[in-house]
Write a protein that binds this ligand. Structure first.
Ligand code: TGC
Ligand code: FAD
Length: 388
Protein backbone atom coordinates (compact mmCIF):
# COMPACT_ATOMS: atom_id res chain seq x y z
CA UNK A 1 0.00 0.00 0.00
CA UNK A 2 1.46 3.42 -0.91
CA UNK A 3 1.58 6.05 1.86
CA UNK A 4 -1.22 8.62 2.05
CA UNK A 5 -0.45 11.73 0.01
CA UNK A 6 -1.47 14.81 1.98
CA UNK A 7 -2.71 17.90 0.16
CA UNK A 8 0.08 20.49 0.58
CA UNK A 9 -0.83 23.29 -1.80
CA UNK A 10 1.42 25.90 -0.20
CA UNK A 11 4.51 23.71 0.52
CA UNK A 12 3.82 23.91 4.24
CA UNK A 13 5.79 20.72 4.76
CA UNK A 14 8.98 22.76 4.33
CA UNK A 15 8.05 24.81 7.41
CA UNK A 16 8.03 21.83 9.79
CA UNK A 17 11.15 20.60 11.56
CA UNK A 18 12.66 17.22 10.80
CA UNK A 19 11.30 15.90 14.12
CA UNK A 20 7.79 17.12 13.27
CA UNK A 21 7.86 15.48 9.84
CA UNK A 22 9.15 12.25 11.34
CA UNK A 23 6.44 12.13 14.00
CA UNK A 24 3.76 12.77 11.37
CA UNK A 25 5.13 10.18 8.94
CA UNK A 26 5.41 7.51 11.64
CA UNK A 27 1.75 7.98 12.54
CA UNK A 28 0.76 8.19 8.89
CA UNK A 29 2.22 4.76 8.33
CA UNK A 30 0.57 3.37 11.50
CA UNK A 31 -2.79 4.71 10.36
CA UNK A 32 -2.41 3.29 6.84
CA UNK A 33 -1.39 -0.15 8.09
CA UNK A 34 -3.26 -0.65 11.33
CA UNK A 35 -6.29 1.62 11.31
CA UNK A 36 -7.59 2.05 7.78
CA UNK A 37 -8.14 -1.68 7.11
CA UNK A 38 -10.48 -2.18 10.10
CA UNK A 39 -11.89 1.20 11.09
CA UNK A 40 -15.11 0.84 9.05
CA UNK A 41 -15.85 -2.42 10.89
CA UNK A 42 -15.13 -0.86 14.29
CA UNK A 43 -17.40 2.08 13.47
CA UNK A 44 -20.13 -0.26 12.23
CA UNK A 45 -19.94 -2.49 15.31
CA UNK A 46 -19.36 0.32 17.82
CA UNK A 47 -16.02 -1.00 19.07
CA UNK A 48 -12.68 0.66 19.86
CA UNK A 49 -9.44 -1.08 18.79
CA UNK A 50 -8.00 -1.25 22.31
CA UNK A 51 -5.30 -3.67 21.16
CA UNK A 52 -3.54 -0.70 19.51
CA UNK A 53 -3.04 1.20 22.79
CA UNK A 54 0.35 -0.42 23.67
CA UNK A 55 1.50 0.44 20.14
CA UNK A 56 0.50 4.10 20.71
CA UNK A 57 2.62 3.96 23.87
CA UNK A 58 5.60 2.40 22.09
CA UNK A 59 5.53 5.13 19.44
CA UNK A 60 5.35 7.89 22.07
CA UNK A 61 1.89 9.09 21.03
CA UNK A 62 0.47 9.36 24.55
CA UNK A 63 1.27 12.74 26.06
CA UNK A 64 3.86 13.34 23.31
CA UNK A 65 4.67 16.95 24.14
CA UNK A 66 5.00 16.40 27.90
CA UNK A 67 8.51 16.08 29.30
CA UNK A 68 10.00 13.55 31.74
CA UNK A 69 8.22 10.57 33.37
CA UNK A 70 8.52 8.43 30.22
CA UNK A 71 6.94 11.07 27.92
CA UNK A 72 8.51 11.88 24.56
CA UNK A 73 8.96 15.66 24.94
CA UNK A 74 8.14 16.47 21.30
CA UNK A 75 7.23 19.97 20.12
CA UNK A 76 3.57 21.07 20.33
CA UNK A 77 3.46 21.16 16.54
CA UNK A 78 4.65 17.54 16.41
CA UNK A 79 1.84 16.70 18.84
CA UNK A 80 -0.61 18.53 16.57
CA UNK A 81 0.57 16.64 13.50
CA UNK A 82 0.20 13.35 15.37
CA UNK A 83 -3.42 14.31 16.09
CA UNK A 84 -3.89 15.28 12.46
CA UNK A 85 -2.76 11.90 11.21
CA UNK A 86 -4.72 9.96 13.83
CA UNK A 87 -7.90 11.82 12.93
CA UNK A 88 -7.32 11.15 9.24
CA UNK A 89 -7.92 7.59 10.37
CA UNK A 90 -10.82 8.30 12.71
CA UNK A 91 -11.84 10.98 15.21
CA UNK A 92 -12.41 8.25 17.81
CA UNK A 93 -8.76 7.18 17.65
CA UNK A 94 -7.57 10.76 18.00
CA UNK A 95 -10.05 11.27 20.84
CA UNK A 96 -8.50 8.36 22.73
CA UNK A 97 -5.05 9.93 22.48
CA UNK A 98 -6.31 13.46 23.25
CA UNK A 99 -8.07 12.31 26.39
CA UNK A 100 -5.15 10.22 27.56
CA UNK A 101 -2.45 12.84 26.88
CA UNK A 102 -4.08 16.26 27.16
CA UNK A 103 -6.93 15.64 29.57
CA UNK A 104 -5.52 13.01 31.92
CA UNK A 105 -1.72 13.04 31.77
CA UNK A 106 -1.52 16.84 31.46
CA UNK A 107 -3.38 17.64 34.74
CA UNK A 108 -1.22 15.13 36.63
CA UNK A 109 1.90 16.60 34.99
CA UNK A 110 0.87 20.24 35.55
CA UNK A 111 -1.08 20.09 38.83
CA UNK A 112 0.03 16.82 40.46
CA UNK A 113 2.48 16.06 43.26
CA UNK A 114 5.82 14.42 42.50
CA UNK A 115 4.43 11.14 43.94
CA UNK A 116 1.38 11.30 41.65
CA UNK A 117 3.55 12.00 38.61
CA UNK A 118 5.86 9.08 39.36
CA UNK A 119 2.97 6.78 40.14
CA UNK A 120 0.87 7.40 37.03
CA UNK A 121 2.70 9.12 34.18
CA UNK A 122 5.14 6.39 33.06
CA UNK A 123 2.31 3.80 32.86
CA UNK A 124 0.03 6.26 31.09
CA UNK A 125 2.74 7.12 28.56
CA UNK A 126 3.22 3.40 27.91
CA UNK A 127 -0.54 2.83 27.59
CA UNK A 128 -0.73 0.37 30.52
CA UNK A 129 -2.85 2.81 32.56
CA UNK A 130 -5.82 4.34 30.69
CA UNK A 131 -7.44 7.57 31.85
CA UNK A 132 -10.73 9.39 31.33
CA UNK A 133 -11.70 12.99 32.12
CA UNK A 134 -14.95 13.74 33.92
CA UNK A 135 -16.03 17.36 33.66
CA UNK A 136 -19.42 17.38 31.86
CA UNK A 137 -22.56 16.49 33.79
CA UNK A 138 -26.06 15.66 32.53
CA UNK A 139 -27.23 19.22 33.30
CA UNK A 140 -23.94 21.13 32.97
CA UNK A 141 -22.13 20.93 29.62
CA UNK A 142 -21.18 24.36 28.29
CA UNK A 143 -21.33 25.75 31.83
CA UNK A 144 -19.09 23.39 33.82
CA UNK A 145 -18.89 25.99 36.59
CA UNK A 146 -22.44 24.93 37.59
CA UNK A 147 -21.35 21.34 38.31
CA UNK A 148 -23.15 19.47 41.07
CA UNK A 149 -20.54 16.77 41.79
CA UNK A 150 -19.29 17.26 45.34
CA UNK A 151 -16.30 16.14 47.33
CA UNK A 152 -16.40 16.01 51.11
CA UNK A 153 -13.32 15.59 53.31
CA UNK A 154 -13.41 12.57 55.62
CA UNK A 155 -10.91 11.16 58.14
CA UNK A 156 -9.47 8.80 55.52
CA UNK A 157 -9.65 10.94 52.38
CA UNK A 158 -12.61 12.18 50.32
CA UNK A 159 -16.12 11.04 49.52
CA UNK A 160 -17.37 11.88 46.00
CA UNK A 161 -21.02 12.10 44.93
CA UNK A 162 -22.29 13.03 41.48
CA UNK A 163 -22.71 11.99 37.84
CA UNK A 164 -20.49 12.79 34.88
CA UNK A 165 -21.89 12.19 31.39
CA UNK A 166 -20.46 11.85 27.88
CA UNK A 167 -17.08 10.68 29.14
CA UNK A 168 -14.71 9.33 26.47
CA UNK A 169 -12.88 6.11 27.51
CA UNK A 170 -15.03 5.96 30.68
CA UNK A 171 -15.66 2.21 30.64
CA UNK A 172 -12.10 1.21 29.70
CA UNK A 173 -10.29 3.58 32.05
CA UNK A 174 -8.17 2.58 35.03
CA UNK A 175 -8.33 6.09 36.48
CA UNK A 176 -10.73 9.00 36.06
CA UNK A 177 -9.73 12.62 36.50
CA UNK A 178 -12.90 13.87 38.19
CA UNK A 179 -13.65 17.57 38.75
CA UNK A 180 -15.82 18.18 41.81
CA UNK A 181 -16.60 21.00 44.21
CA UNK A 182 -14.88 20.83 47.58
CA UNK A 183 -16.23 23.50 49.92
CA UNK A 184 -17.60 25.29 46.84
CA UNK A 185 -14.27 25.33 44.90
CA UNK A 186 -13.64 23.17 41.81
CA UNK A 187 -10.87 20.63 42.53
CA UNK A 188 -9.41 17.74 40.52
CA UNK A 189 -9.21 14.17 41.86
CA UNK A 190 -7.47 11.08 40.50
CA UNK A 191 -10.08 8.38 41.03
CA UNK A 192 -9.12 4.72 40.51
CA UNK A 193 -12.08 3.22 38.64
CA UNK A 194 -12.13 0.21 40.98
CA UNK A 195 -12.89 2.53 43.92
CA UNK A 196 -15.85 1.61 46.07
CA UNK A 197 -18.93 3.54 44.90
CA UNK A 198 -17.66 4.21 41.34
CA UNK A 199 -19.41 2.80 38.24
CA UNK A 200 -19.10 3.51 34.51
CA UNK A 201 -21.75 2.63 31.94
CA UNK A 202 -21.47 3.06 28.18
CA UNK A 203 -23.94 5.31 26.39
CA UNK A 204 -25.61 3.30 23.65
CA UNK A 205 -27.23 4.40 20.39
CA UNK A 206 -24.55 6.89 19.29
CA UNK A 207 -24.29 7.49 15.54
CA UNK A 208 -21.15 9.59 15.94
CA UNK A 209 -17.72 8.58 17.27
CA UNK A 210 -18.85 4.97 17.17
CA UNK A 211 -15.25 3.68 17.31
CA UNK A 212 -14.87 5.24 20.75
CA UNK A 213 -16.50 4.43 24.07
CA UNK A 214 -18.49 7.24 25.66
CA UNK A 215 -19.77 6.64 29.16
CA UNK A 216 -21.57 7.89 32.18
CA UNK A 217 -19.64 7.89 35.46
CA UNK A 218 -21.67 7.50 38.61
CA UNK A 219 -20.13 8.23 42.01
CA UNK A 220 -22.21 7.26 45.04
CA UNK A 221 -20.30 7.80 48.26
CA UNK A 222 -17.20 6.97 46.26
CA UNK A 223 -14.28 6.68 48.65
CA UNK A 224 -10.88 7.90 47.57
CA UNK A 225 -7.63 8.38 49.45
CA UNK A 226 -6.26 11.65 50.80
CA UNK A 227 -3.50 11.72 48.17
CA UNK A 228 -6.03 11.54 45.29
CA UNK A 229 -6.49 15.32 45.15
CA UNK A 230 -4.44 17.32 42.62
CA UNK A 231 -2.69 19.72 44.99
CA UNK A 232 -1.49 22.45 42.65
CA UNK A 233 -4.72 23.87 41.23
CA UNK A 234 -8.12 25.02 42.37
CA UNK A 235 -10.97 26.70 40.51
CA UNK A 236 -12.32 26.26 36.99
CA UNK A 237 -8.97 27.22 35.48
CA UNK A 238 -7.84 23.66 36.39
CA UNK A 239 -10.09 21.80 33.93
CA UNK A 240 -10.14 24.70 31.44
CA UNK A 241 -6.33 24.62 31.32
CA UNK A 242 -6.54 20.96 30.26
CA UNK A 243 -9.13 21.83 27.61
CA UNK A 244 -6.74 24.35 26.08
CA UNK A 245 -4.24 21.52 25.55
CA UNK A 246 -6.83 19.17 24.07
CA UNK A 247 -8.48 21.81 21.86
CA UNK A 248 -5.06 22.52 20.35
CA UNK A 249 -4.88 18.87 19.22
CA UNK A 250 -8.47 18.93 17.95
CA UNK A 251 -7.72 21.94 15.72
CA UNK A 252 -5.00 19.85 14.05
CA UNK A 253 -7.10 16.68 14.10
CA UNK A 254 -9.87 18.37 12.14
CA UNK A 255 -7.40 18.95 9.29
CA UNK A 256 -6.77 15.20 9.21
CA UNK A 257 -10.48 14.54 8.73
CA UNK A 258 -10.61 17.23 6.00
CA UNK A 259 -7.61 15.65 4.24
CA UNK A 260 -9.20 12.19 4.29
CA UNK A 261 -12.49 13.46 2.86
CA UNK A 262 -10.86 15.62 0.18
CA UNK A 263 -8.57 12.80 -0.92
CA UNK A 264 -11.41 10.32 -1.17
CA UNK A 265 -13.65 12.74 -3.09
CA UNK A 266 -10.85 13.68 -5.50
CA UNK A 267 -10.08 10.06 -6.37
CA UNK A 268 -13.75 9.23 -6.67
CA UNK A 269 -14.67 12.01 -9.09
CA UNK A 270 -11.66 11.28 -11.26
CA UNK A 271 -12.71 7.65 -11.62
CA UNK A 272 -16.48 7.85 -11.83
CA UNK A 273 -18.06 8.64 -15.18
CA UNK A 274 -21.55 10.18 -15.57
CA UNK A 275 -22.98 11.64 -18.76
CA UNK A 276 -20.08 10.00 -20.62
CA UNK A 277 -17.19 11.68 -18.81
CA UNK A 278 -15.56 11.70 -15.37
CA UNK A 279 -17.38 13.67 -12.68
CA UNK A 280 -14.13 15.62 -12.22
CA UNK A 281 -14.64 17.29 -15.59
CA UNK A 282 -17.78 19.18 -14.49
CA UNK A 283 -17.39 22.78 -13.32
CA UNK A 284 -19.66 22.35 -10.29
CA UNK A 285 -17.51 19.44 -9.10
CA UNK A 286 -14.30 21.40 -9.60
CA UNK A 287 -15.70 24.28 -7.61
CA UNK A 288 -16.29 21.94 -4.67
CA UNK A 289 -12.70 20.71 -4.90
CA UNK A 290 -11.33 24.26 -5.14
CA UNK A 291 -13.27 25.26 -2.01
CA UNK A 292 -11.89 22.24 -0.15
CA UNK A 293 -8.30 22.96 -1.20
CA UNK A 294 -8.68 26.57 -0.06
CA UNK A 295 -10.11 25.73 3.36
CA UNK A 296 -7.60 22.93 4.02
CA UNK A 297 -4.70 25.24 3.15
CA UNK A 298 -6.03 28.02 5.38
CA UNK A 299 -6.49 25.56 8.28
CA UNK A 300 -2.98 24.14 7.84
CA UNK A 301 -1.50 27.65 8.04
CA UNK A 302 -3.63 28.51 11.05
CA UNK A 303 -2.41 25.41 12.86
CA UNK A 304 1.21 25.99 11.99
CA UNK A 305 1.17 29.47 13.48
CA UNK A 306 -0.84 28.25 16.49
CA UNK A 307 1.90 25.68 17.09
CA UNK A 308 4.63 28.27 16.76
CA UNK A 309 2.83 30.59 19.23
CA UNK A 310 2.59 27.70 21.70
CA UNK A 311 6.27 26.93 21.27
CA UNK A 312 7.11 30.59 21.86
CA UNK A 313 4.95 30.65 25.00
CA UNK A 314 2.69 33.37 23.59
CA UNK A 315 -0.37 31.28 22.70
CA UNK A 316 -3.54 32.33 24.55
CA UNK A 317 -6.62 30.10 25.05
CA UNK A 318 -8.52 32.46 22.72
CA UNK A 319 -6.07 31.64 19.90
CA UNK A 320 -6.95 27.98 20.41
CA UNK A 321 -10.67 28.76 20.38
CA UNK A 322 -10.33 30.41 16.99
CA UNK A 323 -8.55 27.42 15.45
CA UNK A 324 -10.82 24.83 17.07
CA UNK A 325 -13.90 26.74 15.96
CA UNK A 326 -12.78 27.35 12.39
CA UNK A 327 -11.29 23.96 11.70
CA UNK A 328 -14.16 21.91 13.10
CA UNK A 329 -16.64 24.05 11.18
CA UNK A 330 -14.72 23.64 7.91
CA UNK A 331 -14.19 19.92 8.49
CA UNK A 332 -17.94 19.59 8.88
CA UNK A 333 -18.56 21.42 5.59
CA UNK A 334 -15.90 19.43 3.72
CA UNK A 335 -17.08 16.05 5.03
CA UNK A 336 -20.67 16.82 4.00
CA UNK A 337 -19.58 18.00 0.56
CA UNK A 338 -17.37 14.95 0.03
CA UNK A 339 -20.24 12.68 1.06
CA UNK A 340 -22.44 14.39 -1.52
CA UNK A 341 -19.79 13.98 -4.24
CA UNK A 342 -19.75 10.21 -3.66
CA UNK A 343 -23.49 9.98 -4.22
CA UNK A 344 -25.10 6.88 -2.71
CA UNK A 345 -21.71 5.25 -2.09
CA UNK A 346 -21.01 8.05 0.37
CA UNK A 347 -23.55 6.73 2.85
CA UNK A 348 -21.79 3.39 3.41
CA UNK A 349 -18.89 2.51 5.75
CA UNK A 350 -16.99 1.14 2.72
CA UNK A 351 -16.04 4.77 2.10
CA UNK A 352 -14.66 7.08 4.78
CA UNK A 353 -16.29 10.48 4.29
CA UNK A 354 -19.69 9.48 5.72
CA UNK A 355 -18.01 8.18 8.88
CA UNK A 356 -16.01 11.42 9.19
CA UNK A 357 -19.17 13.46 8.57
CA UNK A 358 -20.91 11.73 11.49
CA UNK A 359 -17.85 11.93 13.76
CA UNK A 360 -17.43 15.64 13.16
CA UNK A 361 -20.82 16.34 14.69
CA UNK A 362 -19.26 15.33 18.03
CA UNK A 363 -16.07 17.25 17.41
CA UNK A 364 -18.14 20.33 16.60
CA UNK A 365 -19.87 19.96 19.99
CA UNK A 366 -17.28 18.69 22.42
CA UNK A 367 -14.42 20.63 23.99
CA UNK A 368 -16.53 23.77 23.74
CA UNK A 369 -19.29 23.98 21.14
CA UNK A 370 -18.92 26.19 18.06
CA UNK A 371 -21.12 28.79 19.78
CA UNK A 372 -19.07 28.78 22.98
CA UNK A 373 -15.88 29.47 21.02
CA UNK A 374 -17.72 32.23 19.15
CA UNK A 375 -18.49 33.83 22.51
CA UNK A 376 -14.91 33.35 23.73
CA UNK A 377 -13.63 35.31 20.73
CA UNK A 378 -16.43 37.87 21.06
CA UNK A 379 -15.52 38.37 24.71
CA UNK A 380 -11.84 38.71 23.82
CA UNK A 381 -12.32 41.43 21.22
CA UNK A 382 -15.08 43.41 22.94
CA UNK A 383 -14.23 42.87 26.58
CA UNK A 384 -17.91 42.02 27.14
CA UNK A 385 -18.90 38.52 28.25
CA UNK A 386 -22.06 37.24 26.52
CA UNK A 387 -22.12 33.77 28.11
CA UNK A 388 -24.92 34.49 30.55
P1 TGC B 1 -14.26 32.12 33.34
O1 TGC B 1 -14.68 32.98 34.50
O2 TGC B 1 -14.10 32.72 32.00
O3 TGC B 1 -12.86 31.39 33.72
C1 TGC B 1 -12.64 30.74 34.94
C2 TGC B 1 -11.13 30.65 35.13
O4 TGC B 1 -10.58 29.81 34.09
C3 TGC B 1 -9.64 30.57 33.29
N1 TGC B 1 -9.84 30.13 31.89
C4 TGC B 1 -9.01 29.33 31.24
N2 TGC B 1 -7.83 28.81 31.56
C5 TGC B 1 -7.21 28.04 30.65
N3 TGC B 1 -7.73 27.76 29.45
C6 TGC B 1 -8.93 28.24 29.09
N4 TGC B 1 -9.45 27.93 27.89
C7 TGC B 1 -9.62 29.07 29.98
N5 TGC B 1 -10.82 29.73 29.95
C8 TGC B 1 -10.94 30.37 31.12
C9 TGC B 1 -9.98 32.01 33.54
O5 TGC B 1 -8.87 32.84 33.32
C10 TGC B 1 -10.39 31.97 35.00
O6 TGC B 1 -9.22 31.84 35.79
P2 TGC B 1 -9.09 32.51 37.25
O7 TGC B 1 -7.75 32.10 37.73
O8 TGC B 1 -9.27 33.98 37.03
O9 TGC B 1 -10.21 31.94 38.06
O10 TGC B 1 -15.23 30.88 33.31
P3 TGC B 1 -16.77 30.78 32.91
O11 TGC B 1 -17.46 29.98 33.98
O12 TGC B 1 -17.32 32.14 32.55
O13 TGC B 1 -16.74 29.84 31.63
C11 TGC B 1 -16.20 30.23 30.45
C12 TGC B 1 -16.50 29.18 29.33
C13 TGC B 1 -17.97 29.14 28.98
C14 TGC B 1 -15.69 29.62 28.13
C15 TGC B 1 -16.04 27.79 29.81
O14 TGC B 1 -16.82 27.32 30.84
C16 TGC B 1 -16.02 26.76 28.69
O15 TGC B 1 -15.03 26.65 27.99
N6 TGC B 1 -17.12 25.95 28.49
C17 TGC B 1 -17.11 24.85 27.57
C18 TGC B 1 -17.01 23.57 28.33
C19 TGC B 1 -16.20 22.54 27.62
O16 TGC B 1 -15.44 22.79 26.70
N7 TGC B 1 -16.31 21.28 28.06
C20 TGC B 1 -15.49 20.25 27.53
C21 TGC B 1 -15.59 19.00 28.38
S1 TGC B 1 -14.30 17.81 28.06
C22 TGC B 1 -14.60 17.23 26.53
O17 TGC B 1 -15.46 17.63 25.82
C23 TGC B 1 -13.68 16.16 26.11
S2 TGC B 1 -13.97 15.48 24.56
C24 TGC B 1 -12.53 14.66 24.47
C25 TGC B 1 -12.32 13.80 23.31
O18 TGC B 1 -12.96 12.74 23.20
O19 TGC B 1 -11.41 14.16 22.51
P1 FAD C 1 -25.27 22.38 25.96
O1 FAD C 1 -24.28 23.12 26.77
O2 FAD C 1 -26.60 22.10 26.56
O3 FAD C 1 -25.47 23.16 24.58
C1 FAD C 1 -26.58 22.89 23.70
C2 FAD C 1 -26.62 24.00 22.63
O4 FAD C 1 -26.79 25.28 23.27
C3 FAD C 1 -25.33 24.11 21.81
O5 FAD C 1 -25.63 24.47 20.50
C4 FAD C 1 -24.58 25.24 22.51
O6 FAD C 1 -23.67 25.90 21.63
C5 FAD C 1 -25.74 26.16 22.88
N1 FAD C 1 -25.38 27.02 24.02
C6 FAD C 1 -24.99 26.68 25.27
N2 FAD C 1 -24.72 27.77 26.01
C7 FAD C 1 -24.94 28.84 25.20
C8 FAD C 1 -24.82 30.25 25.37
N3 FAD C 1 -24.39 30.79 26.53
N4 FAD C 1 -25.12 31.07 24.32
C9 FAD C 1 -25.49 30.53 23.13
N5 FAD C 1 -25.64 29.19 22.90
C10 FAD C 1 -25.35 28.37 23.92
N6 FAD C 1 -17.13 15.78 28.37
C11 FAD C 1 -16.20 15.48 29.32
O7 FAD C 1 -16.16 16.06 30.40
N7 FAD C 1 -15.29 14.48 29.08
C12 FAD C 1 -15.27 13.77 27.92
O8 FAD C 1 -14.41 12.90 27.74
C13 FAD C 1 -16.26 14.08 26.92
N8 FAD C 1 -16.31 13.34 25.77
C14 FAD C 1 -17.35 13.54 24.91
C15 FAD C 1 -17.51 12.68 23.82
C16 FAD C 1 -18.59 12.84 22.95
C17 FAD C 1 -18.79 11.86 21.83
C18 FAD C 1 -19.48 13.92 23.12
C19 FAD C 1 -20.61 14.14 22.15
C20 FAD C 1 -19.32 14.79 24.18
C21 FAD C 1 -18.28 14.58 25.10
N9 FAD C 1 -18.14 15.40 26.25
C22 FAD C 1 -17.18 15.12 27.20
C23 FAD C 1 -19.16 16.41 26.54
C24 FAD C 1 -19.01 17.70 25.76
O9 FAD C 1 -17.93 18.45 26.19
C25 FAD C 1 -20.32 18.48 25.89
O10 FAD C 1 -21.29 17.79 25.15
C26 FAD C 1 -20.20 19.93 25.42
O11 FAD C 1 -19.38 20.67 26.29
C27 FAD C 1 -21.57 20.63 25.27
O12 FAD C 1 -22.36 20.44 26.40
P2 FAD C 1 -23.88 19.90 26.26
O13 FAD C 1 -23.86 18.68 25.45
O14 FAD C 1 -24.44 19.83 27.63
O15 FAD C 1 -24.62 21.00 25.42
Amino acid sequence: MSAFQELDYYAIDSLYTEEERMARDTVRSLVDKEIMPTIGKHFDEGTFPKELVPKFGELGLLGPSLTGYGCSGMSPTAYGLICQELERGDSGIRSFCSVQGSLCMYPIWAYGSEEQKNKYLPGMAAGTIIGCFGLTEPDHGSDPGGMLTKAVKTDKGYLLNGTKRWITNGSIADIAIVWAKLEGKVRGFIVPTDSKGFTAQDIKGKWSLRASFTSELIMEDCEIAEDAILPEVSGLRGPLGCLTQARFGIAFGAVGAMQACYDEALHYVRDRPQFGKPLASFQLVQQKLADMVTEITKAQLLNLQLGRLKEAGTMRPQHVSLAKRNNCFQAREIARTARDMLGANGVTVDYHCGRHMLNIESIFTYEGTHDIHTLVIGNDVTGISAFS
